[in-house]
Ligand binder design. Structure first.
Ligand code: GLC
Length: 739
């Protein structure tokens, strides 16, 4: 049904139309004709970029009919707009591409052309209010083939580098803006408390502090000032609130926690995003103690808009309004409930005609007050003005080459490196030698789809060559001194004892949202287990690289592995994994989630008193790299005769309840050192693994003897060993005894 204006404010629209008619006759137009740049002299106040935004909003609002206003509150899936002219006919204010929405051919140019075509349609309305286009660019412009695919948020959390997250946000914004799109439904600021949740990988971490620190992503996307530069893209803090805290980690489930816990754990990241000026907030499907976020006036209006002072606009999640009464399809009552709770824009996303009819009915019946409609419009229009959409409605084509650029891919590779978490490294197995004879196996070794995960060229993502980039295997071959010494078989078939090491790249295949929930086991799948068994049977040392969106239940297999590195979901630049495997970059990543001993421990989080396999914040680095000599202090006797050694202990990494240390042994005598022992008081600490030495512990003291791998130590030279331990290292004074 075509919209009909029932608003008493039609007169301004007539005036605007007459103005438009007059201006058109004189060769001007009330709204900048889509193909031309905006006029130097604005016809109407709201079109005058020199006026304060709030004045422009007030002038425009006064000219809008009720249909104009209701249209601004409506967001429609691109593929549901049939015909496209309905965008103008129903005054629709926003279009989105959901997870499976795409263009053909899928490239940046086609996305930009599609955006511009839709925008021109929107600008053809009497008031020429530009539409705003939203998409899930959650780890790169991941709907666009050829775009840079960055590691998912769980990996960014492992970097502990907010500045890096901001740089990534900026790069993603440049690629999004390069296709004309103005708004990304990112970052997810969820705090994943139960790793069974299918969206764990969309979380920066399990504590409120880590996602809060990563809200820098908002500044990266929007810039210091929204619309302050051509690449500025509206960010979205999502999903408000408690999506990661549901019972059992059930997606769209129920967060059964106290309000004190909700505020302490799940609110801080949103508080920080609001402080950073995030322009939109998306509500969560989940409920807080049985009340759906989309129906909670307390959480949305009182807390988010009132207490936190959020002045942007609130958007519902995809068809979330439909869920409120538990029945299929949306009703006027559901729409009134969510709009009155504080939803400003409804992601319908398909049946916009029915939605607008029902919405108009609720307003007409007084169940949605007009002031609520006006407040929603003020919030939405303010962001459109601030973004510069009225002045720069079409794609800035100078940004299009940014999509998939070498610069962005280099940043993605840097992010991959920084996110690798080394969890085990017995005997200094890593870094691999570049001349080593390697056997690479595993379903995710040569699969860019697996290494990218969900939200990649489709909602669920998929295995296979889904986009351009480098796989982990390609990275290994590119880094090895002689790629012909790198053999690959997905299943491990053909391995024999002649290899220096086997590298098994295993883990999860892509998924998104509820499809990733794991209410049962959280271990490796049968294919991976069979591949690992083949590698183990060969007797070759096994290095495991885990490509997964969360910690997995691997405690039973871990003893068979010489080394384990969590690679998370690295995205298109798999070579960053090889950079660390071969030691071009030492691992610096630290766990953003506690790593369970078994799935039965879920939920398991930092400080909850449970004993994880690896604690939150855990991460090893290499000690076989030449370590700058710590100053062992003055030699006891600068000219001692015979064999003398000194030892110095340095903590290279620490985390709550644990640490990693490096002990440097120096030959301070006048003859080569062929044997030594170092002992020290543990001071209550424990040692869980040690490399390049033979350990004995007695009476609270540790004693380490050299191994053949230390070799003979020339006069004045050094060697070293390393270990990981529980507790704190304290201030041990290691004693070295030659011989
Ligand atoms: C989805 C997700 C949300 C996403 C939206 C649009 O269901 O919950 O994160 O932004 O729909 O694709």
């Amino acid at each position: 049904m075509r919209p009909r204006s029932t608003s008493p404010t039609r007169r301004p629209a007539i005036v605007a139309a007459l103005c438009a008619a007059v201006l058109t006759v004189t060769g001007l137009s009330a709204a900048a004709p889509p193909s031309d740049p905006p006029h130097a002299v604005a016809a109407l106040p709201y079109q005058d970029a020199g006026l304060p935004v709030q004045d422009r909003v007030a002038d425009l609002l006064a000219r809008m009919t009720l249909d104009d206003k209701l249209g601004q509150m409506t967001q429609v899936e691109k593929d549901a707009l049939l015909p496209q002219s309905d965008l103008a006919a129903y005054r629709i204010g926003s279009v989105l591409s959901g997870g499976d929405s795409t263009v053909s051919p899928n490239n940046a140019q086609t996305w930009a052309d599609t955006y511009d075509s839709l925008q021109r349609t929107a600008l053809g309305t009497p008031l020429a209010i530009p539409m705003i286009y939203g998409i899930d660019a959650v780890h790169g412009h991941n709907a666009v083939r050829g775009a840079t695919i960055f590691p998912h948020n769980i990996a960014l959390g492992a970097t502990r580098d907010p500045a890096l997250a901001q740089r990534v946000g900026r790069a993603v914004a440049e690629e999004v803006a390069g296709t004309g799109i103005d708004w990304s439904f990112a970052p997810c600021l969820c705090v994943a408390r139960n790793d069974r949740w299918g969206r764990t990988y969309e979380s920066f971490g399990e504590t409120p502090e880590l996602p809060t620190s990563m809200a820098t992503f908002v500044t990266g996307m929007q810039g210091q000032t929204l619309g302050g530069d051509p690449a500025s893209v509206l960010a979205t803090a999502k999903h408000y609130i408690g999506d990661g805290g549901t019972t059992g980690g059930v997606d769209q489930g129920n967060s059964e926690v106290s309000e004190a816990e909700l505020r302490a754990v799940h609110l801080p990241p949103f508080k920080e995003a609001v402080r950073r000026g995030v322009g939109s907030v998306m509500l969560s499907y989940s409920s807080f103690n049985g009340v759906r976020s989309h129906a909670s006036k307390y959480l949305v209006t009182d807390v988010l808009k009132g207490e936190l002072g959020f002045t942007g606009f609130v958007v519902s999640d995809w068809a979330a309004v439909d869920q409120l009464d538990g029945q299929t399809g949306f009703t006027g009552a559901e729409i009134a409930t969510s709009v009155n709770a504080g939803v400003d824009m409804v992601m319908v996303p398909h049946d916009y005609r029915k939605f607008l009819t029902l919405l108009r009915g609720e307003v007409g019946a007084g169940r949605i007050p007009l002031p609520r409609v006006d407040d929603a419009n003020r919030r939405i229009l303010t962001k459109k003005f601030q973004l510069g959409l009225f002045e720069r409605p079409l794609t800035n084509r100078s940004l299009t080459p940014a999509v998939g650029s070498a610069e962005h891919r280099a940043l993605a590779r840097e992010t991959v490196r920084a996110s690798q978490v080394l969890l085990k490294n017995d005997g200094g197995m890593l870094p691999l030698g570049k001349s080593a004879k390697l056997f690479v196996a595993g379903k995710s070794a040569d699969d860019i789809g697996n290494q990218s995960g969900g939200w990649t060229l489709g909602w669920q993502g998929r295995s296979g060559p889904v986009t351009e980039g480098t796989t982990v295997l390609q990275g290994i071959r590119a880094t090895a001194a002689d790629p012909s010494r790198v053999t690959y078989d997905r299943y491990g078939n053909g391995i024999d004892g002649s290899y220096t090491a086997a590298v098994a790249v295993v883990g999860e295949t892509p998924y998104a949202e509820m499809h990733g929930d794991r209410p049962g086991g959280m271990g490796l799948d049968q294919e991976d287990l069979q591949t690992l068994a083949r590698l183990k049977a060969s007797g070759v040392p096994v290095v495991v690289v885990l490509v997964a969106g969360r910690p997995l239940d691997i405690a039973a297999q871990l003893p068979d592995w010489k080394a384990l590195m969590a690679a998370w979901l690295p995205g298109s630049e798999g070579r960053g994994v090889a950079d660390v495997l071969f030691g071009d970059h030492a691992p610096t990543g630290r766990l953003p989630m506690s790593w369970m001993r078994s799935a039965s421990q879920q939920p398991i989080n930092d400080g909850d008193g449970k004993s994880p396999l690896f604690p939150y914040g855990f991460g090893l680095t290499f000690t076989s790299n030449p370590v700058p000599d710590p100053d062992p202090g003055p030699d006891p006797d600068p000219t001692p005769a015979g064999k003398v050694c000194t030892a110095a202990l340095r903590v290279v990494n620490s985390w709550p309840g644990g640490h990693q240390a490096e002990v440097t042994v120096r030959n301070s005598g006048t003859a080569p050192l062929t044997g030594w022992t170092v002992d020290w008081d543990l001071g209550g600490a424990t040692i869980s693994s040690l490399w390049k030495g033979v350990l004995t512990v007695a009476g609270g003291r540790a004693t380490v003897r050299n191994t053949a791998s230390n070799g003979a130590v020339a006069v004045g030279a050094t060697t070293s060993f390393g270990f990981t331990g529980g507790g704190t290292a304290g201030a041990p004074a290691p004693r070295c005894t030659a011989g």
